[in-house]
Ligand binder design. Structure first.
Ligand code: CJB
Length: 796
């Protein structure tokens, strides 16, 4: 039905006419997605058959989040029919863009970690590798952010329309998952076997979504589990209503905390639910001896959220399959590998032992045994008490999930070089010393097909007109663009494309938010979760410094800038919510100030999401990557900006280090404390806010403006900010880095005033961004961790 435009038009119209609401855009969406699903389905089934018959090794990516964004447009693009469909629809009086907007956006993730998982799915399929995702089908995705009087409110987001869902229910593949109960040792089949009695069973039903790779050849599967009542008798004394509620809760909603451990029993239930259902399926679907599992299967756990896969695989191998501990351990530790995404203490998962033991008694027994055996081994080494403590899985009444994940995996990776070095040399030093070959780095990447080809077709066209289109398949070939950084005619076209994207964004903002922004101003964007370490606070305080400067110095009249913010704060993260209020209050003040509004404009984009990000990255001139050095494990927004020609202002943190390595120090604006300096201050505990303020009247004025509530519409609105900056001595070094940040902005703006220099930098950023495609990242995982083989193409 997509072979030719005419064929497509005919099929589409025929189906549309059968719909009751054929006039509505929604009906058009529904018809088009139905056609795409049918088109994919044959290949999908063929792929499954071939992967089975050829006994390819399979990767399963376990993740508590998959932030896919909208799916229809991506599929059309990967099937190479996007322009055919778009042209055909246009001839029939429809706009594909408008139809795509009809899709409810699945917000099944908080931020970077979830979006990374989605980019990986795209790259796996596009590289023809057999890799599938396992996650949870949360009924409620990440909350919708509603800004009222400058404050963030949250409303539930329901993204599932059962009729339109891309996931297909697979009732016959449902699994049952046990919680609670007591473990008894019973004799079965002539051996002593631990048996769980009086458990509460929950049914896990999979919904399978096809993941189409570029070129449409490979179709992998993203399987999301939904919790439902199992048809097992309830334990004595348990009310049906109570049970029903407890069950539905499991896949009811995504936890809205980013880089913060939730610590709630429901979260633990979600984690076990995901691990057990996925592992049961993997073991059941196999047609090879269990001892060969590591040859046929690789399991990647995305952070520690799915780390219960380790004891659960042990349980299934021993209790269900009758294996002895040693063999089960050998298999488990050659099948599972672990990615660490953060060193923030508040994000490190530590489950209370008593809670874990009550919810998952058998799993807890197994963790105890893993811990006991590992302690015994550690005792053989000459280590001091502190080092031994760091090597304990159960310690201080809690299970340390990162330690469990390292001990039970064959490979552990960090997500950018600096982050991996910090893991190896500081955070997990003892573990790295103990397992010297386990740790390695694989720097993150992004799906360039979504973030450049789809989000910015105009730039894609310009690049291809300069260097051909091979870079789309092999993004490293963007290098070919380097010579164009000195080509005036190319740079002029680059400028035109950027202006066009800025106009498109401005127009969309006018329609959506009623705000007017000037496309001729510098678009400076800070879009990501709102968090102390990401330092939105530093950005907004810098704007106040500029405001003060404008009012005190009549010679200071800088080029107009639009500061774009977007991001959600975790509902219980008071500090971040106050920063959000501060940004909105400042926007009110600055945008209405007769003098300032000619030079500065602040725009907060409500309810930041993947689809909004797709509009902002291509339209931005400046990429704000200003985390406190050492705190941002990698960042991936930095890569999306760079690929779209935005220039980085940032710290030497996460993947910024590697971005600067790619483009050279002259093609980025770097400032502030290094990771080493930050860690030194933290170790010595010798940083004091007052030392920074003492000799800086500008900062003193700024602080008084902030603390008296002048900037935020009331003193009460900055209580948590005050606590952090004053009482806690500014743990994220906002004030310490503020003046260096300001100077970096001054350097940046002076280069911006020279268009050929600025555009040259922008071009170099694009040319050097190919290495940050997630195709490169996935190839590294495949070569160094998973050992996958590319699928043959004969099923297409
Ligand atoms: N990250 O998004 C999250 N959530 C977490 O709980 C922990 C880390 C982020 O993961 C990204 C993907 O690796 C990183 O780029 C980012 O630095 C990190 O904060």
């Amino acid at each position: 039905m997509f072979e030719t435009k005419e064929r497509f038009k005919k099929d589409f119209m025929m189906r549309l006419e059968q719909r009751e609401e054929r006039e509505s855009l929604h009906a058009a969406y529904s018809v088009l997605s139905e056609m795409v699903k049918e088109w994919i389905n044959d290949d999908w089934q063929a792929n499954k058959r071939v992967q089975r018959e050829e006994a390819h090794k399979q990767l399963y990516y376990f993740s508590i989040e998959f932030l896919t964004g909208r799916i229809l447009g991506q599929n059309l693009m990967n099937l190479s029919v996007h322009s055919l469909v778009s042209d055909g629809l246009e001839e029939m009086g429809f706009s594909l863009a408008e139809i795509e907007e009809q899709e409810l956006e699945p917000g099944l993730g908080n931020g970077g970690l979830g979006r990374l998982a989605a980019c990986f799915m795209d790259s796996l399929a596009s590289l023809g590798l057999p890799g599938h995702g396992y996650g949870i089908r949360y009924k409620g995705g990440l909350f919708t952010q509603v800004i009222k009087d400058g404050y963030q409110g949250e409303t539930p987001t329901h993204w599932i329309d059962e009729k339109e869902d891309w996931g297909m229910r697979q009732e016959e593949l449902a699994k049952n998952i046990p919680f609670y109960g007591n473990v008894h040792l019973e004799v079965q089949d002539n051996r002593l076997k631990p048996v769980l009695r009086n458990a509460v069973w929950v049914k896990a039903v999979p919904y399978d979504m096809p993941v189409v790779g570029a070129g449409g050849k490979t179709v992998n599967t993203l399987r999301l589990w939904q919790a439902e009542s199992a048809s097992y008798p309830l334990p004595e004394g348990m009310e049906q209503d109570f049970y029903q509620q407890a069950v539905s809760e499991i896949s009811d909603r995504l936890y809205p905390d980013d880089s913060q451990q939730a610590g709630k029993v429901l979260r633990l239930r979600q984690q076990y639910f995901l691990c057990s259902s996925s592992l049961q399926t993997i073991l059941q679907e196999r047609d090879y001896p269990l001892s060969e599992l590591p040859k046929h299967v690789a399991i990647q756990i995305n952070d520690t959220h799915p780390a219960l896969a380790i004891p659960e695989l042990m349980r299934l191998l021993m209790d269900e399959q009758g294996m002895v501990w040693e063999e089960a351990w050998e298999i488990t530790t050659h099948t599972i590998s672990y990615t660490n995404h953060t060193i923030l203490q508040e994000a490190m998962e530590r489950w209370d032992s008593a809670l874990l033991e009550a919810l998952l008694p058998r799993i807890y027994m197994i963790i105890q045994e893993i811990d006991r055996r590992f302690r015994e081994k550690v005792l053989e080494q000459d280590l001091d008490e502190a080092a031994r403590k760091k090597l304990s899985i159960i310690e201080g009444g809690a299970v340390h999930m990162a330690t469990l994940a390292v001990v039970g995996s064959y490979k552990v990776n960090g997500v950018a070089r600096l982050h991996t070095d910090i893991l190896k040399m500081r955070e997990m030093k003892e573990l790295n010393d103990y397992f010297p070959h386990k740790f390695h780095n694989i720097t993150n990447g992004i799906a360039h097909r979504r973030w450049l080809v789809k989000a910015n077709p105009e730039l894609t066209g310009l690049i291809s007109s300069a260097i051909g289109d091979e870079w789309i398949r092999e993004p490293i070939k963007l290098h070919g663009l380097n010579p164009f950084a000195g080509d005036p005619s190319f740079l002029q076209d680059l400028q035109s494309v950027k202006l066009l994207k800025k106009r498109q964004l401005a127009e969309w903002i006018r329609k959506q938010h009623g705000a007017v922004i000037d496309p001729e101003s510098v678009f400076d964007a800070h879009i990501k979760r709102v968090h102390g370490y990401k330092r939105q606070l530093m950005n907004i305080l810098h704007i106040q410094l500029l405001f003060n400067h404008l009012h005190s110095d009549r010679n200071f009249r800088p080029h107009p800038r639009t500061f774009i913010f977007g991001g959600k704060a975790a509902p219980s993260y008071h500090f971040a919510k106050q920063v959000l209020k501060l940004i909105n209050a400042m926007a009110d003040k600055v945008n209405n100030d007769p003098l300032a509004k000619n030079h500065l404009r602040i725009l907060f984009i409500e309810d930041y999401s993947v689809s909004k990000a797709e509009r902002i990255f291509p339209a931005s001139d400046v990429s704000e990557q200003i985390s406190t050095a050492s705190k941002e494990a990698s960042g991936t927004g930095n890569m999306k900006f760079m690929m779209n020609g935005a220039v980085t202002i940032g710290t030497y943190d996460g993947a910024n280090v590697e971005i600067v390595e790619q483009v050279g120090e002259d093609n980025a604006f770097i400032f502030g404390l290094s990771a080493k300096q930050v860690m030194q201050f933290e170790k010595e505990k010798n940083y004091f806010t007052n030392d920074t303020l003492a000799h800086d009247p500008e900062l003193q004025l700024l602080m008084s403006q902030l603390l008296n509530g002048e900037l935020s519409g009331g003193e009460g609105n900055v209580s948590y900010i005050k606590k952090q900056l004053v009482d806690e001595n500014d743990p994220f070094f906002v004030l310490k880095d503020l003046q260096p940040y300001r100077k970096a902005h001054e350097r940046l703006l002076s280069v911006y005033e020279e268009p050929s220099a600025w555009l040259g930098i922008s071009a170099v950023n694009i040319a050097q961004s190919g290495i940050f495609s997630s195709d490169r990242t996935i190839q590294q995982y495949s070569d160094h961790v998973w050992n996958l083989e590319e699928l043959t193409n004969h099923y297409t």
